[in-house]
Write a protein that binds this ligand. Structure first.
Ligand SMILES: [Mn+2]
Length: 426
């Protein structure tokens, strides 16, 4: 299924009269505060988030997995699904592939499908947290950190293979997330596993092309519940620094213990020029992979405040690779992703409304109340007309979820692919 521009334009027509009243009202209010609405709208138009190839299928828990019908069974179909998202939102112009779940059979054909949807290939993700059928060694006791050299070498070679696959598609970055760790005290020597991991990452780094980046993702626990080798941003940063200038830390919102001040981590990494990638989701307890903005929207806004500040004030930090890293256990993944993209743009737009000059003055004058007021004034603004305007300008759907439903996208996909098609992946 492919959504065409005319279908979207026709449905936008119905929205336009109400939108134009709401947008003019907001724009004139912002203008009075000295803000340039067109610049904010243009920043929203430029913002692109990669969709991971594993997010298009039903997720699940260790208790069960519930299919919803019409799942994309091939990489081509996954790209078609992202094409639908991108046509509706104009914000999902990239895909992040997971290897080996999504190794292309015909590279040229895959590239053509992607470009027909205006999708580029973002970071490629390696997988050394599962054993594959054809591999000799098991990752049961770790991969890059394993005590056995042969296992480490296999994991290093896998990452190099992932880089090679990415190069054929036009990717420019590799994301490494390690499940390595221990379930019980005494199982691992902390220093030895860290040293092995660092040496393995350095070997992978040697194969990272000059115009590429390597992202090192961290996570405090799960699948190991006593210790994780790359448990936090500090460990990720020290490994990135040990590798070299093409290596960066990657922040995944769900990879923190409850109540961690993620915005401060973001600020610290940006200050050091070492924040490379960013994974969006939301969480209540752990790595819950819930819809972005569904649990802690204010925290998301505060994180975006630091991102906006850093994108302006830290030229030493490269452009960030944005991705949604979520799991869809009970919702239609495409609907969930639309909701996530909406939440991301809302938080971004709110952060763009923060009067940074006034905030700086209030901070310097130690006016704590004023500081809070400035942030909350931005947060409490209904920015949705700005997002609708950006979508209208770029030919996307002003209300993507409503259009998705009125075009019966899921029902059409079920008709095309069948009720029992299953996506590769977890
Ligand atoms: Mn992640």
């Amino acid at each position: 299924m492919k959504i065409n521009n005319q279908q979207i334009a026709d449905l936008n027509k119905l929205e336009e009269p109400d939108h134009s009243i709401a947008f003019d009202f907001l724009a004139s209010g912002l203008q009075k505060k000295g803000m340039e609405t067109h610049k904010i709208v243009s920043k929203l138009r430029d913002f692109q988030v990669a969709i991971p190839s594993w997010a298009l299928g039903a997720g699940g828990t260790r208790f069960g997995r519930f299919s919803y019908g019409g799942e994309p069974a091939t990489l081509e179909q996954k790209l078609d699904d992202i094409g639908i998202l991108h046509a509706l939102t104009d914000t999902a112009g990239a895909v992040s592939l997971h290897i080996p779940w999504d190794i292309p059979e015909d590279y040229q054909a895959i590239k053509e499908v992607a470009s027909s949807h205006n999708i580029v290939f973002d970071a490629v993700n390696s997988n050394t947290f599962q054993d594959q059928l054809h591999t000799k060694n098991s990752y049961k006791y770790g991969s890059l950190s394993n005590t056995i050299l042969d296992v480490r070498e296999q994991a290093i070679q896998h990452n190099i293979e992932v880089i090679n696959i990415g190069q054929k598609l036009g990717s420019k970055s590799l994301t490494v997330w390690l499940a390595d760790g221990a379930n019980f005290p005494g199982q691992n020597n902390f220093q030895k596993t860290l040293e092995n991991t660092q040496n393995s990452l350095k070997k992978i780094y040697k194969s990272v092309p000059d115009d590429w980046k390597m992202f090192i993702e961290y996570k405090p626990y799960e699948p190991n519940f006593y210790s994780t080798v790359i448990q936090d941003w500090g460990t990720s940063l020290l490994l990135a620094e040990a590798c070299g200038e093409k290596a960066y830390s990657l922040v995944d919102l769900g990879h923190h213990l409850p109540n961690t001040n993620i915005e401060q981590i973001v600020a610290t990494l940006l200050y050091k020029g070492k924040l490379g990638g960013f994974h969006f989701n939301d969480s209540k307890y752990g790595d819950d992979d819930l819809t972005v903005g569904s649990i802690k929207p204010y925290a998301l806004f505060l994180i975006f405040n630091e991102l906006v500040y850093g994108m302006k004030n830290n030229p030493n930090n490269p452009d960030l690779a944005w991705m949604i890293d979520a799991s869809h256990n009970i919702k239609d993944p495409l609907e969930d992703l639309i909701q996530s993209l909406e939440a991301i743009l809302i938080a971004y737009a709110q952060a763009l409304l923060i009067d940074q000059k006034k905030l700086k003055d209030a901070q310097e004058n130690q006016d704590v109340v004023r500081c809070q007021e400035i942030l909350q004034e931005a947060y409490r603004t209904d920015v949705r007309p700005l997002i609708k305007e950006s979508r209208l300008q770029s030919g996307a759907a002003m209300d993507p979820l409503a259009v998705y439903r009125s075009l019966n996208v899921r029902q059409t996909l079920i008709k095309e692919r069948g009720k029992n098609s299953t996506a590769t992946g977890l």
